[in-house]
Design a protein. Structure first.
Length: 172
């Protein structure tokens, strides 16, 4: 089971409701617990992106974060989850760059400042994640429809961006 954290994930409530020993936890339930733990991490934000893969209670984390401590903190949080047998931490740390940092701020203002996305901006965990690496942008997460997906891509074309990859998913 693979979950991109920024995307909306739905797990059957019947699986969640049944009391199960940690060693017998279905991978889907464990993946949701891992996703919840990462989402609740106070330093996880719109400039970070984590994907979770769970197979036979072995968790693999991939993605990119803006600071090294985030990589380590997230791994430590996931290791503590009851039911996790093994953890592979393949989270990459984005290079520290003033240029990229300024781009992130401009992109966030361009996207979340647009009236079409203001309802997302007020969420605790906004669904559009903006990954900037050496001037190249990747949009990840989930939006309601194709129109929002294309609008986000269009808004990400701010001066200084060297290219935009649109990996946004739609709820449909």
């Amino acid at each position: 089971m693979r979950i991109r954290l920024a995307a909306l994930c739905v797990i059957a409530t019947t699986l969640m409701a049944r009391p199960v020993a940690a060693g017998q936890l279905p991978d889907a339930v464990l993946a949701e617990r891992v996703a919840e733990s990462v989402r609740e991490y106070v330093h996880f934000g719109i400039f970070d992106d984590i994907s979770i893969q769970v197979e036979n209670r072995s968790v693999t984390l991939t993605g990119r974060v803006t600071m090294p401590y985030k990589r380590d903190d997230i791994a430590a949080r996931v290791k503590k989850i009851d039911g996790v047998r093994d953890l592979t931490n393949n989270i990459e740390v984005l290079p520290v760059s003033l240029y990229d940092s300024e781009l992130r701020d401009r992109l966030a203002r361009a996207i979340y400042g647009n009236p079409a996305f203001r309802h997302y901006a007020s969420m605790v965990n906004p669904p559009i994640h903006i990954i900037v690496e050496r001037g190249r942008v990747t949009l990840t997460g989930a939006v309601n429809n194709e129109v929002e997906k294309m609008l986000a891509y269009s808004l990400a074309q701010v001066p200084g961006v060297m290219g935009v990859k649109n990996e946004l998913k739609t709820d449909r």
